[in-house]
Design a protein around this ligand. Structure first.
Ligand code: HEC
Length: 405
């Protein structure tokens, strides 16, 4: 009989695989069109209604693309749409959210020290936050239509900062980051589904009916598409951050998330400027690097200030440490119910990520991971289900850092 745990594991892998594939397709086409758009050139003699053109060479042939704004005089015979890349990314992403965070709510979504709620309530909060994110964003965009794009962007940024802070007060750090990413990604997909494509359909209907389409539909779609462009890189960081507890499970995680949005915008700004042939703003890379260094620093405050040596500690040193017996007790009491060859924790069928922490040797072998996952960050135990204390975390840190000297 097929073991349910194995089936679940593969289901999760399949959803992740699909999500990455569709994400690549969506982001790929989106980057391509933004670059194409910025690189269009005007010249005398373009057909009526054409806004610009570009020659490209790729894969053994030349492409000659012309953009019509708002639309060509009549409906072309064949028209390729770009929408399923976005929809499929959202759907596979939502499937992953359900598989990892809803099915595993007690481990990954809920941190009872942050907000003590049951799994259904936490899932409800998650769904509401995702829907509300879109509604607030969409209403603001409508309010600001025809007004300053820059003020709108600044306002949206403030909301994102507030959201990063707020989410870390609802969920585990890991889930907070993922939700920030999911809310942003939902805004991006809804931009395609609810605004860009419907507007495009109105224009197509006008063309078919022989009416002159209103330029406003194109303009609205353009603003949304610009937002999507700037949000792409931060969303990727947030989705990947799940594998890096130093980003999501430390004290200043919400500031880290807020800075990531700025880094994403800086890097997009660089490429947008270069593609538009408006210069080469190298400063954006410097600024992005500085922000990244600040993020690294924030994840380790206040340790960096005291300076530390980066020597790997040998297994013997770790076991010989005066802290070791207390460390062993902590790991046996707080981790081993899951991280064992035969876990006793309900719902865990084999040692997560193959990390077994049962003997002196296995504990010492995983010292660095224990230090990162449970000492420096609060990623483990998940949602602190086994109630590790701050003193015990400090002990894990002291043990590892002293042995490393
Ligand atoms: C309730 C069960 C449970 C407890 C208790 C628990 N863990 Fe985990 N641990 C998990 C799960 C589940 C994962 C896999 C997380 C994932 O899929 O990203 C994991 C992953 C890990 C990893 C691998 C992380 C990675 O991404 O490579 C390490 C290291 C780890 N845990 C250490 C610990 C330590 C140290 C403790 C005790 C302080 C602990 N865990 C307590 C369930 C638990």
């Amino acid at each position: 009989m097929l073991d349910f745990a194995i089936f679940w594991e593969w289901l999760s892998f399949a959803a992740r695989w699909l999500h990455v594939i569709t994400g690549i397709a969506w982001i790929g086409s989106s980057f391509y069109f933004v670059a194409l758009d910025l690189g269009l050139r005007q010249r005398p003699g373009l057909p009526a209604g054409a806004h610009g053109e570009e020659w490209q060479v790729h894969g053994g042939g030349f492409y000659h693309i012309q953009k019509y704004l708002v639309a060509p005089a009549e409906m072309p015979e064949h028209l390729t749409w770009f929408k399923w890349e976005s929809y499929a990314t959202w759907m596979s992403g939502f499937a992953m959210l359900a598989i990892v965070y809803y099915a595993g709510a007690d481990l990954f979504l809920i941190d009872r020290n942050v907000l003590d709620v049951s799994a259904p309530v936490a899932i409800l909060i998650s769904l509401v936050s995702i829907i509300a994110g879109w509604i607030v964003y969409d209403q603001l965009c409508r309010l600001f239509y025809g007004k300053s794009d820059t003020i709108l962007m600044l306002l949206l940024y403030c909301i994102l900062v507030f959201l990063s802070w707020g989410l870390t007060h609802l969920f585990t750090g890991r889930a907070a980051f993922l939700h920030l990413g999911a809310i942003t990604a939902t805004i991006m997909s809804c931009n395609v589904f609810m605004v860009i494509i419907p507007n495009q359909k109105i224009v197509v209907a006008d063309l078919i009916a022989g009416r002159k389409p209103d330029a406003k539909y194109g303009k609205i779609a353009k603003t949304r598409s610009l937002h999507n462009n700037y949000l792409t890189l931060p969303v990727l960081f947030l989705m990947l951050s799940n594998h890096y507890p130093l980003a999501f499970a430390t004290q200043f995680n919400w500031i880290i998330a807020s800075l990531v949005f700025i880094i994403g915008v800086l890097i997009r700004h660089y490429f947008n400027t270069v593609h538009a042939r408006k210069g080469n703003p190298h400063w954006t890379w410097l600024a992005a690097t500085i922000l990244f260094v600040i993020i690294i620093w924030l994840s380790t405050v206040p340790k960096v200030l005291t300076g530390e040596e980066k020597v790997a500690a040998g297994t013997e040193t770790l076991i010989a440490s005066t802290h070791f017996s207390a460390v062993r007790d902590t790991v046996m009491g707080r981790c081993a119910m899951c991280h064992a060859a035969e876990p006793s924790y309900e719902g865990i069928y084999h040692a997560p990520k193959d990390v077994v922490l049962e003997t002196d040797d296995t504990i010492a072998e995983h010292a660095r991971e224990i230090y990162l996952q449970a000492g420096r960050s609060h990623a483990m135990p998940p949602g602190n289900v086994t109630q590790i204390t701050p003193e015990e975390r400090a002990l894990l840190v002291a043990w590892y850092e002293e042995a490393r000297k």
